[in-house]
Unconditional design. Sequence first.
Length: 690
Amino acid sequence: MRRTIVSRRAALLAAASTCGGVFLWMHASGAIPAWGSDSTTFPRIEASFALKPTTGNPFDFTENDVQVVFRQPDRRTIQVPAFYDGEDTWRVRLSPRKSGRYVLVKILRNGVEVPVDGVINRAFEATGPSRPGFVRIDPKDPVRFAFDSGDRYYPVGHDVAWSSGPGEDVVDIFPRMQAVGENWARVWMNHWDGKNLDWLREKNDRVPLGTLSLDVARRWDAIVDSAEKNGIYFQMTLQHHGQYSSTVNPNWDENPWSTKNGGFLATPEDFFTSDKAKALTRAKYRYIIARWGYSPSILAWELFNEVEFTDAIRNGKLETVTAWHKEMAEFLRQQDPNKHLITTSSSPEINGLFDAVDYYQAHVYAPDPVTAVAAVPHKYADGKKPAFYGEFGSSGRYEAGNGAFLHTALWTSVMNNPSGAAQYWYWDGVDREKLYGHYRGITSFLAMSGMTSLPGLLPAALTVDSPRVGEVAFAPGKGWATAIRTDFTIPPTGVVEGVADLPSYLQGDANRKMLPEITFQVDYAEDGKFTVSVGEVSKTGGHLAVQVDGAVVAEHAYAGGATISDADSTLAASIPAGKHTVKLINSGADWVTIRRIVLSPYGVTWRCMARASKDHVVAWLSRTSSDAAKANVLVPGLKSGTYQVTWWDTMAGKALREERQGVRGDGTLSLALPTDQTDVAVFIRPAGKG
């Protein structure tokens, strides 16, 4: 079963003394879970001391490398870096790995011991319940995460990149996430809300080159503390593309390192090759490690947000960006005593970029959550590394609204991806539209079923038996891209193989080679409709036509630059019963975007996604028709025996009902679907097992 971490602040254990120019103060604090005899970290130890005098730059470890040596309960020593905190004050933080007595025995500055003889009260006890440790790659499964304790970590949450208004600061949002069971976030080190250590919010407010803002650092102290209190494991995003982009979300014109602003970089690309820029970046990263690297709540150091949008990548300098990632990842691993995971976020197509990091973290914005999320992102890693969507959201208009989009994305990703859920980008929307209930439903199901720790759960095809016909709806899974394939078969299940790689831009004359047409093989049980929804149109216009068996049955010309009215946003073609070939062709000057394709009536009344072993099944089923007709789901391949079946309310986060069913003969279990639910989850396990 998945364990739930509940945390609280520890009491302060403090003592102070002065001797020989060194002031020492220490305390233990941090989040203490309510369980954990097999866990591996205890509440934080923090010691502060004065170094007099401090010469050189205290923020640069090449000038002031201050290390502290502790003696652990087993008499072995551990050495960790300290950080400067203003005036003569230095601090060191440590997450103890063992319970018992710790003693500060030595402080080193540039390898030379600073005398601390005679300082009293340098010892403390690490006691109480412990935490499960740092998040690692599961040594038993390369596409999953696990804590040091061995407990599985399955990330479910949403981005909280920056403050988006009153009451929407990171530290305000973390408790709301904890209340519904979320355990993952992603926070940017950006300047516009005061979280960049060397680039302040106001253009004329500068920190001297090579120094860092202690006010910003103390804000990050609060963020890390809040994460620990609320059981959130977050990616600290160290750089973002806008800092070194002049075209995509550009911040280059206000970058203090630009020569335009009195800095030393002539172009955004120079960041990746300048020795000075790399030295300053290493010094900042070392400070980050010293100040916050103690915390298990930092899931990973994220080197870059969407580095593909920097000028360096857009100008073809892929090798320099890849080399920078390798160099900085190696540096972080050398300096970080706790060996946090390292990631970056980028298009997976940048060859070699992800070689230096521990897991993939793709970003996807799609018109249809099922199409995009069902294409499990760990395919990019060929099963060698964990992978999940670190940003996920809708593109264009989505008919059912943000809540329905998020709900579908969460359940689809959990049923398809063993590494982690799809992480929603729009944190302000989650608050504004009160979408937290969607997380309660999914996290409580994961806790109840323990599915993320169950061995052998593989994608499974369950059959829905219903006398009625439903609806199939889907959308292309990519944005602007060249098509890999253009011919698709639409089965009654509605799962269209390969459509996740289909671009949503149906090209006209300007770029026809990228996607000249789209062909669908269909088989209608009765007369029906094939409806295409258009999202946007190029400035020069397009002309969309639907062909059925070679004849144009519906078409519309779209004027360039015009707003598409609701009346013109859909193009419907009548399709007679039977097998047919349907083609979408754009004969216009330039592109139109395909937002959604609907076949009705077509296929089953419930869409099903499932994972199964020989004796456990988890599934999510969503209704494709408003018709509440009775239907059964057929679960094949189970061992003979009696099974406990728990039907789950995906919004309320509680069981709808439980039943016992026997399996004999061919191993197929037939279950009646609840007729009063629009979607439902189910957990099937041998009777008598928790």
